[in-house]
Design a protein around this ligand. Structure first.
Ligand SMILES: NC(=O)c1ccc[n+]([C@@H]2O[C@H](COP(=O)([O-])OP(=O)(O)OC[C@H]3O[C@@H](n4cnc5c(N)ncnc54)[C@H](O)[C@@H]3O)[C@@H](O)[C@H]2O)c1
Length: 373
């Protein structure tokens, strides 16, 4: 689950990536320790060009501290791009807590972690991620004002998968517009790999839109929940079987790395659009997809509904306002496809360019301190 690939352009060593990678250049990395509770955490701020760095807290039993730092660096960089393309006034950050949450997560440890978030004075805004939940954020929030993803009873937005699925659906409509000339999935066959929190909401949007849906999940109960509600939905054994099923759209909604060489070669779908993070298994897959005529909606663009939802919490959560913002994922995805077409590059590269452009413009518009002296 840990995404520990070295940053692009980095030589070996985490510190080297931190200071010198082509696209790294993190602003600040904080190592946190609280001996009493056993907390060891890394908070990485990749960029605050667009505003306070926003990104969740991952609680994971990393094999080494180096692996944890590398994951925090990668994930925080990804958040800069995601937040930039979501149109948020937030930079990218991410925290990782080292250890097995089942073994070491305690209220005292979460409070200690929250004090470290507080110590950054608002430069970092946290939320849930793998291994942390709404109830955990309620605890972390007791120590600082910069914790989102809390429960509705505590002024939070609750489960962010609702708008994540809505945003993926908007991205899929944009892909349909580009590929088939109409912003609807009506009459299309969509295969969803992973019908957990996001995937099951996505099924609802697709059925309402008139799509035919095929699903798979390693958990039989997750599939049964869908087919009990929608008997017309068919299920196949696994993701390999799903990509080989005749489909118009493939939606990876389980784990990262879903688009590897074998999958791309076997895909029958001509659109890929799903919620999973880091879908491209290695650099170059985006070009292979384009070469096969498969339109890939960049993962971090279409799955930004969740971060849009939690960012809204800082202003007093308003579901309709957050949903209106998530609706913009349709236009953003279209703009990326247009840019990809105009520049002759895959959509994933076009999304990166647009995000970098937005961050560069924000940096350029901030007067440098020296010029004010
Ligand atoms: N929840 C959010 O708001 C959010 C936001 C952005 C991105 N994402 C990403 O979307 C993906 C799904 O998130 P989620 O919150 O729905 O997670 P989840 O754990 O609720 O659901 C994932 C589902 O995938 C299934 N699964 C795991 N491995 C599988 C496999 N090999 N084949 C088929 N199914 C498999 C699981 O059994 C589970 O039902 C993740 O990659 C997550 O990082 C989620």
């Amino acid at each position: 689950m840990a995404d520990v690939r070295p940053l692009p352009g980095a030589a070996d060593g985490v510190l080297h990536s931190l200071f010198t990678s082509d696209q790294g250049g993190h602003e600040q990395v904080v190592l946190c320790q609280d001996r009493e509770t056993g907390l060891k955490a890394v908070i990485a701020l990749h960029s605050t060009a667009l505003g306070p760095a926003l990104g969740g807290t991952r609680f994971y039993p990393y094999a080494s501290e180096e692996e944890a730092v590398q994951d925090a660096l990668n994930l925080s960089r990804g958040m800069s791009y995601k937040n930039a393309m979501a149109g948020l006034e937030h930079g990218g950050g991410k925290a990782v807590i080292i250890g097995d949450p089942e073994q070491i997560k305690t209220e005292q440890l979460l409070l200690a972690y929250g004090r470290f978030v507080a110590s950054l004075g608002g430069r970092y805004v946290t939320a849930c991620d793998v291994g942390t939940y709404v109830q955990d954020m309620d605890v972390v929030a007791r120590t600082n004002r910069w914790t989102t993803g809390r429960s509705p009873e505590n002024g939070g937005c609750g489960d962010s998968s609702v708008l994540t699925a809505f945003g993926v659906f908007q991205g899929m409509r944009a892909a349909a517009q580009t590929q088939w000339g109409e912003p609807t999935l009506r009459g299309r066959r969509v295969g969803i790999a992973g019908v957990g929190k996001v995937g099951h909401h996505l099924v609802e949007h697709l059925i309402t839109d008139g799509a035919e849906v095929v699903v798979t999940d390693v958990r039989a109960d997750a599939v049964a929940r869908i087919t009990a509600r929608h008997p017309q939905v068919t299920a196949v054994a696994d993701a390999d079987a799903l990509v080989r099923t005749p489909l118009d759209v493939y939606a990876p909604c389980a784990l990262g790395g879903a688009l590897d060489d074998a999958t791309v070669a076997a895909l029958t779908a001509t659109v890929v659009c799903g919620a999973a993070n880091n879908q491209l298994a290695h650099p170059g897959v985006e070009k292979d997809l384009a070469d096969r005529g498969i339109l890939y909606a960049p993962d971090y663009v279409v799955n930004a509904g969740g971060v849009i939802q939690v960012a809204d919490e800082l202003h007093g959560f308003d579901f309709d306002r957050a949903k209106a913002k998530a609706t913009m994922i349709f236009d953003t995805t279209l703009a990326i496809f247009d840019r990809a077409q105009a520049d002759g590059i895959p959509p994933a590269a076009a999304a990166d360019r647009l995000a970098e452009q937005r961050m560069a413009e924000a940096r350029a518009s901030v007067p440098r301190q020296a010029e004010h002296r």
